[in-house]
Ligand binder design. Structure first.
Ligand code: COI
Length: 390
């Protein structure tokens, strides 16, 4: 059964007070237990088995973002006319593909990322899985693929999370990352859409995405390589957007940076996206992020942070941001399902390094705490974003 855990419809009222956590407590009506749990969002809570006892044998305190195979995956096939069979759970394992599958030859593939998070009472929450389903449909249209319905997508994610319940970390220790994949699995030799599609969801327990943990990131602005180009497919989550960044990412990491910030490929002047996430800058009470004009991925976390920030009373602008603005920003942060809301401590461009405010009293931390509080069921979900599954 899927049910909305809460839905008032209206956005939370704007309320600006000095301390981020007291602000949250004030308008969210947190219980003192929930408020103290929320503090532990940033410093993971003591291990709590509350409500759930069947955990897999995992070192929950040392989860990173590496693949840890779980018990089950969901799989179904569809025709190019969009008729998908009822999916099935099967043991997690290799799949068989024709050597001439569209995904292998012409990159006809999309992926998604979403998370199941354990509440303090042991139950599981999904966060806006319908948004991932809609994004996959939009991506499928761009890539000439057929795709499962929003309901089938959400049901598949729910089934995969529940079947792998013992791999969902205890409250505050991480999440079960769910990876829906859509691929042209039918054989095709000439360049054309594949005749058959496979939709699959697998899962892995994860902690922090970056090896830095929650420590601020050091980004490198890339002048040579671009993530995507105008008229391309940068706005959708196709697999073909990711391998091309590996060169720049590897080079930046070998120089000690956490990730790469890309510039637009036309003017080579406006900031676009980080390899693994969207980007935001903060200047006084204004939060800005590059507008989604086809080259920027429409992140579910990006969208959620924009709504949360507006509800907290910040002015949020979606616009073109010249790279020079990075010099004047007070804060910079990245958003994504995998990275959550990640503080940026420095950005280096053409040999110049600029440092940013980080820490508990930052805007970034306030937004992070609000988002994670909602995702963990510690803050009342007035947006109707979380889906409790049992
Ligand atoms: C996600 O945030 O879910 C992504 O797909 C990003 C990926 C680089 C891990």
């Amino acid at each position: 059964m899927i049910r909305r855990s809460f839905c008032l419809g209206n956005l939370i009222q704007s309320l600006r007070v000095a301390s981020p956590l007291s602000k949250l407590g004030a308008y969210c009506g947190l219980t003192s237990q929930a408020a103290s749990s929320l503090q532990q969002v940033c410093e993971p809570s003591a291990h709590s088995n509350a409500g759930y006892e069947e955990y897999a044998d995992v070192d929950w305190d040392n989860l990173g973002f590496g693949l840890m195979p779980t018990d089950y995956m969901y799989i179904t096939k569809g025709t190019k006319d969009g008729l998908f069979e009822e999916g099935q759970l099967s043991r997690y394992g290799n799949i068989e593909l024709s050597p001439s599958a569209g995904v292998l030859n012409y990159g006809q593939g999309l992926f998604e990322g979403t998370k199941a998070i354990r509440k303090e009472d042991g139950r599981l929450l999904l966060f806006r899985p319908d948004q991932n389903a809609i994004r996959m449909k939009i991506g499928a249209e761009r890539m000439c693929m057929s795709s499962p319905s929003v309901d089938q997508f959400v049901d598949a994610v729910k089934q995969t999370a529940l079947a792998n319940n013992r791999w969902v970390p205890p409250p505050g220790k991480g999440s079960l990352y769910l990876r829906p994949l859509l691929m042209g699995s039918g054989p095709i030799l000439g360049l054309a859409p594949a005749p058959e599609y496979t939709f699959l969801v697998y899962a892995s327990p994860v902690g922090n995405y970056f090896k830095e943990g929650v420590a601020p990131l050091n980004l490198y602005v890339e002048d040579e390589f671009h993530r995507t180009s105008r008229g391309g497919a940068g706005g959708v989550k196709t697999i073909t957007n990711y391998a091309p960044v590996l060169k720049a990412l590897g080079r930046a990491k070998s120089r000690g940076f956490s990730d790469v910030l890309y510039l637009d490929s036309v003017n080579k002047k406006y900031i676009e996206e980080v390899s693994s996430c969207n980007i935001f800058i903060v200047k006084d009470d204004t939060i800005s992020t590059p507008a989604t004009n086809g080259t920027i991925l429409e992140g579910v976390t990006r969208k959620s942070i924009i709504e949360i920030a507006r509800a907290l009373g910040y002015q949020v602008e979606e616009r073109s941001i010249p790279v020079e603005e990075l010099i004047d920003a007070n804060e910079v942060f990245g958003t994504g399902t995998a990275v959550c809301v990640a503080q940026v401590g420095s950005i280096t461009h053409q040999g110049k390094r600029v440092e940013y405010k980080t820490g508990d009293r930052s805007v970034c931390r306030e937004l992070f705490s609000t988002l994670v509080g909602i995702q963990r069921g510690l803050i009342e979900d007035k947006m109707g974003w979380t889906v409790e599954i049992d």
